[in-house]
Design a protein around this ligand. Sequence first.
Ligand code: NAD
Length: 436
Amino acid sequence: MKIAVVGTGYVGLVTGTCFAETGNTVTCVDIDQEKVDKLSNGQITIYEPGLEKIFQRNLKEERLVFTTNLADGIRDAEIVFLALPTPPGEDGSADLKYVLGVAKEIGKLLTDYKVIVNKSTVPVGTAKKVRDAIAENCKVEYDVISNPEFLREGVAVEDFMKPDRVVIGTTSERARKVMSDLYAPFVRQGNPVIFMDEASSELTKYAANSFLAVKISFMNEIARLCEKLGADVDMVRRGIGSDDRIGKRFLFPGIGYGGSCFPKDVQALVRSAHEVQYDFRILESVMAVNEDQKTFLVPKIKKYFGDSLLGKHFALWGLAFKPNTDDIREAPALYIIKALIGEGATVTVFDPEAMNNVRKVMDNVINYAESQYEALDGADALIIATEWNEFRTPDFGRIKERMKGNAIFDGRNLFDLGEIEKLGFHYESIGRKPVA
Ligand code: NAD
């Protein structure tokens, strides 16, 4: 099939590359000329495990091309995916200006039937708005459908190639057939392609992300309670996770959720609910808990240093909002850094992939180290903000040698409490019971 993907960011590039990988010819369109030039020249623009290899292969086979020209991009396509940003507007609702702007342009360009697929995360009713925006200038037949994306950054290729499920919102039989054919190679093991009406499909994506956010904030509150009641969240987690109804995943406490999706999607769903006079109380609380959780380590650090961080120097490991990505959008690490600097401290950071992105937003206020160990030089304490694998079993001897102090504040509960205390560190994590 011939496919166009409009918007070549995390979702668009993975979508385009994976569709090319199953033999389709894909044109990715983006307004960012620099990005399009880089991608056309074989330079990948995001870090995503496994993507580079299939990107290079499909680029070479000319099944994957990049352009800034929307007309060229969609001319021969049977299916046009919209993978455009839907950032929060001033009131927290999803801002549809990119999606509707492109829809209007597409309306002027359509000359034959195409399926326009909305892959961006959008509120209920957007498919209709897109349809109307296209209709302003369009005489030919087309379908607009919803196909939310559930990939997780860090395992995006795997998620896309073998999705747990594909959700498609449409009542058009013609579009349904096109989409069934397109996704057939991805669901050969029998995972479902779930067809539904477009409102349910649009809401499914928000419900999925919001439910996961509920799980995270719930466990973070249990962790806080553990600290106050003298229980250990690791034990509680194992105790509840073995119940099938609860499940083992997404029960790890930490320093809150970040990224480009959970914060904005929870907020947008609360906003959508307000618009229909519904007060989504659980999600209001989830947002408030998460807001506090991002800097939960800071009062612990202050307490340890006798309430003043003036002149203290910190090493911080991990900037990305989660491991295996260079994405720093809404990353808790950035909130911690700002809080420490606000208290008069200095910070040296290390992240395996995300440092370039952080340089773009806070170049002058922090120092960047070449390695996780270099970051420790002269530090009064080490703070861990992202659970990259290389931070899990570090050389504690080297850590001790290079640090000035001996305190570790771990926002991801990476180390065994007993072991680390035996090594002579002062160690604080989230919701765990110190060894007596
Ligand atoms: P992104 O910011 O990484 O990428 C968006 C791309 O669209 C950018 O490259 C930008 O230059 C381009 N763009 C903006 N305006 C354009 C225009 N007029 N024409 C062509 N290109 C244009 O965003 P993303 O993370 O890929 O997210 C896209 C959508 O997918 C959002 O709605 C998001 O909520 C949703 N989503 C994201 C993820 C994720 O993990 N990142 C997962 C599922 C769903």
